[in-house]
Ligand binder design. Structure first.
Ligand SMILES: Nc1nc2c(c(=O)[nH]1)N[C@H]1C(S)=C(S)[C@@H](COP(=O)(O)OP(=O)(O)OC[C@H]3O[C@@H](n4cnc5c(=O)[nH]c(N)nc54)[C@H](O)[C@@H]3O)O[C@H]1N2
Ligand SMILES: Nc1nc2c(c(=O)[nH]1)N[C@H]1C(S)=C(S)[C@@H](COP(=O)(O)OP(=O)(O)OC[C@H]3O[C@@H](n4cnc5c(=O)[nH]c(N)nc54)[C@H](O)[C@@H]3O)O[C@H]1N2
Ligand SMILES: [Mo]
Length: 790
């Protein structure tokens, strides 16, 4: 066998299995929490325990058996690490020195123990008292020319209680500027699905997965990102449901999975085949493939209708549903008829025969679920891609009945809940009216900024303050150089956080604060005693989460307490809420949430039930809150999702998560299922594309964006080529290493979601480093020179 470069190996085993068990043991050791860690893990997703911060996949109701999940364990142990960084750490390391470390190193240092303020004279962060910090932040906010000069970012780990207080504070202050991690994630779902079916969330419950006989899995990698979903997919496969995967990369867990919770599989080293059919679609080819499947389905229906006297076969489409519940069918079918097969094949890279096969299986299926992730949403056509999936489901009435529906896999563990309780930059009048009535004030009515808009406003100087409730925005957003410039242009930067990251090192001109908060796993004591928070999963189940671990220091405060502290200091007499009382007893916050959002009726009682309660979903009841009052078919104009490119030298780059990372948090340097060990500086490409370029696996290249509006030096240097099974014309690499390739304006115009999954690039043999502020080395992103703290 060919010798592979350092750190690159073949991975032939199934996903899961003993490899996952071993990785878990290593994770615990790395975080120095061998004993406490096990106890912690046993409480994840248990009644009376905390919600796992790893992902938003729901939990089986009423269970008490511990659901093993390697990556959930990484998320939990990363938070409950024994490592600490206090004032002495920051005294030892200047910001200039910290900048030069890798992202991996920065977060690995441990939990921050004290509130910190930056001192420009020394270039160090220094301990500051909480009240002094709150007063300083209040002063900065109140010095702004207008409330819209402040941005309030949320990363989706914040609880419903923290997020609700946060949006109340910002609106009381006077702005709807809520850039949110979902702007980079499922915004295409939140915009597309309401247009189609009136609701921007999943229409299935976990039980529906037990009744589906067909599951279409598009553009997601659950073995890494939603590992608890693997148990569901495994059960479905074992009871004979068909699973069809659309993914450019062969992702191991979607092929074969060995459940670490199944003693027989573990003992016999056997495993379960997951995908019945694995279709390696070209990056950006999903809309074309969905059109092809729809086209084949309609053709099949016509054939059966035409021969109906002879055969008595039931029609393929649900004509009664289409007639009674939908709008736009005729235009939709006319567009399919007008789309030639050769064009469809050319764009998606799958053959007509393959797509007709999918249509036949779909035609025969009684109940179909389509689940999808970032491979669908993070394109210039993300919103319309989501609507294409809905079209296919509507054709057979696969919504609002058992075993059928759409199942977006949400990202952060409470990103959906944060939205539900009011984190939205484009608030509906109903929300604002309700806030007005409950809190007796007039909230701002004009739209605020999403992520991309907030960065632009910070760059232009229109926005001068940024508060981040978690996250690592400048690294998570596209175009780090634009983001760095934006953050350094601020007067005030505030980070409510558990750990250190690069965004916190981008210093504002007047004042920068780092405020350490409790994580989900930790005991949260307030005036009325021990508190629980609540979160909402991918299927709209709301449930309680109670931490129990000792906080990292007695200086660390809860997110609601920090938000309330800033609010009280900033708003003074203008306050519409009694912040101290709300923080003293989170049940009072939930009472207010219930008052603003009637769907939460009985909130405090209903979260006591194991598994919590499901928020109502009109689409699930076949009630369509759309413009037409029906479920809408949406025509996708043309076939190209992104920018058509005819230059054969140009590859389409998609950016992915490794198995050892959580977004910008790098737990470790392995991507086990893809055979990458100890490094992140890689670019996956197939052998034919290597041959075409006269390149070999192991060669080191520079990757440059090939797009008209991009400026010349949009380049990432020094990535090592790794041969991988993916279609021609595509390549893949890790996020956030490839962020410099993605222009801020490279977004879906409907939802402003960055097109992280489709970047036209050119490769060239690696040249010398330039004057980049960040570089990619083996451990991922590192700072290459001192930030300019002008
Ligand atoms: N351990 C862990 N868990 C996580 C996260 C994490 O980073 N680590 N992140 C959380 C968050 S915020 C989110 S949003 C989710 C993300 O979960 P995923 O959506 O699974 O995230 P990605 O790694 O971006 O994977 C996208 C998948 O889409 C495929 N893909 C890429 N381009 C295309 C395309 O054009 N078409 C199709 N059909 N497929 C494509 C890739 O090959 C990959 O398998 O996971 C959440 N859970
Ligand atoms: N190229 C490319 N870019 C992408 C993506 C992609 O697929 N490709 N995916 C996008 C997606 S889907 C998302 S969701 C975004 C993620 O964007 P963000 O949500 O901004 O990023 P994270 O990396 O999840 O944030 C990690 C930081 O959160 C803080 N943190 C962790 N736990 C807590 C907590 O409990 N409380 C608080 N207050 N802080 C905490 C820590 O400081 C940690 O450094 O990135 C997006 N960017
Ligand atoms: Mo996400």
């Amino acid at each position: 066998m060919r010798k592979r470069p350092e750190g690159i190996r073949n991975y032939d085993a199934p996903a899961g299995g003993w490899g996952a068990t071993k990785a878990l043991a290593q994770t615990l050791k790395r975080q120095q929490i061998v004993v406490q860690g096990v106890r912690t893990l046993l409480k994840a997703n248990q009644p009376g325990g905390f919600d796992c911060p790893g992902c938003a996949w729901p939990d089986p109701k009423h269970t008490s058996s511990f659901e093993f999940c390697e990556n959930g364990a990484k998320a939990v142990t990363w938070e409950s690490t024994a490592k600490r960084i206090g004032p002495d750490f920051f005294q030892a390391h200047s910001v200039a020195a910290l900048w030069q470390q890798t992202d991996h190193w920065l977060e690995s240092q441990g939990r921050i123990t004290h509130p910190l303020r930056y001192n420009r004279d020394t270039d160090h962060f220094e301990a500051v008292g909480w009240q002094e910090a709150f007063d300083g932040i209040a002063q900065g906010l109140n010095a702004l020319p207008n409330p819209d000069a402040a941005e309030f970012y949320t990363s989706g780990r914040a609880s419903n209680e923290a997020a609700f207080l946060y949006q109340l504070f910002a609106r009381n202050f006077g702005t709807n500027n809520f850039p949110d991690c979902s702007n980079m994630c499922h915004e295409a779902t939140s915009v597309g699905l309401p247009r189609s079916i009136g609701v921007g969330k999943a229409t299935v419950t976990l039980e529906d997965y037990d009744h589906a006989d067909l599951i279409l899995s598009m553009g997601h990698n659950p073995g890494t990102n939603h590992p608890r979903m693997m148990a569901t997919l495994r059960d479905a496969a074992r009871r004979g449901a068909t699973i069809i995967v659309f993914n450019p990369l062969r992702e191991r867990a979607l092929e074969r999975f060995e459940s670490p919770q199944a003693p027989v599989e573990m003992a016999t080293l056997s495993s379960t085949q997951i995908a019945t059919t694995y279709l390696q679609i070209r990056v950006g080819g999903d809309a074309a493939a969905l059109k092809g499947i729809g086209k084949a389905l309609v053709a099949l229906d016509r054939t059966i209708q035409a021969s109906n006297q002879a055969t008595s076969q039931p029609p393929v489409l649900d004509h009664a549903f289409i007639a009674g519940h939908t709008a736009g069918y005729a235009e939709f079918v006319a567009d399919l008829d007008a789309t030639p097969w050769e064009a469809i094949e050319g764009v998606c890279g799958l053959t007509r025969a393959q797509l007709e096969d999918v249509a036949r299986v779909y035609a025969a299926a009684k109940a179909t679920i389509c689940c999808y992730g970032m491979g669908i949403t993070q394109h210039r056509s993300g919103t319309r891609n989501v609507q294409q999936i809905m079209n296919l489901l509507l054709l057979k009435g696969n919504i609002g009945r058992p075993g059928a529906g759409i199942s977006p896999l949400r990202g952060h563990s409470n990103v959906q809940g944060d939205r539900t309780v009011g984190i939205t930059e484009r608030p509906k009048p109903a929300l604002l009216d309700s806030l007005r009535d409950v809190f007796q004030f007039e909230p701002p009515r004009h739209d605020g900024h999403s992520v991309v808009e907030s960065i632009a406003a910070m760059r232009s100087g229109a926005s001068k303050a940024m508060i981040c409730l978690g996250g690592n925005l400048a690294v998570a957003a596209s175009d780090p150089l634009a983001c760095f410039e934006a953050f350094r242009n601020l007067d005030l930067a505030v980070h409510i956080t558990t750990k250190l990251n690069r965004t916190q090192l981008l210093l504002a001109k007047k004042a920068s604060y780092i405020l350490p908060c409790l994580g989900r796993t930790e005991l949260d004591m307030q005036a009325s005693g021990k508190q629980s928070v609540t979160v909402e999963d991918s299927m709209s189940m709301v449930h309680a989460s109670s931490g129990f671990l000792e906080p990292p220091s007695d200086q660390v405060r809860s997110e609601p307490a920090i938000v309330a502290g800033i609010a009280k200091a900033t708003l003074g007499d203008r306050s519409v809420a009694d912040w101290d009382a709300l923080v003293g007893d989170y049940a009072l916050i939930r009472d207010k949430i219930e008052a603003v959002f009637p769907d939460f009726a009985g909130y405090n009682e209903r979260i006591l039930a194991p598994g919590g309660f499901q928020l109502p979903n009109t689409a699930q009841q076949r009630i369509w809150k759309t413009d037409s009052g029906k479920a809408n078919f949406a025509v996708f104009p043309g076939l190209e999702e992104d920018l058509a490119n005819s230059d054969p030298g140009v590859l389409t780059l998609t950016t992915l998560r490794s198995h050892d990372q959580y977004n910008t948090t790098i737990y470790g340097l392995d991507d086990r299922y893809r055979g990458v060990f100890g490094r992140r500086d890689v670019l996956f490409i197939n052998q034919a594309e290597l041959d075409r370029r006269g390149l070999q696996e192991g060669d080191v290249v520079d990757v440059a964006t090939a797009m008209q509006h991009a400026h010349a030096d949009r380049v990432v240097r020094g990535l090592m080529l790794v041969c991988y099974d993916l279609p021609d014309g595509c390549c893949a690499s890790y996020y956030p290493e490839t962020q410099p390739l993605i222009a801020l304006e490279h977004v879906d115009p409907d939802s402003l979601t960055p097109s992280y999954k489709s970047v036209p690039v050119l490769l060239s043999v690696a040249g010398p480093l330039g004057s980049e502020e960040i570089v990619v080395n083996r451990e991922g992103v590192a700072g290459s020179r001192t930030p300019v703290n002008a």
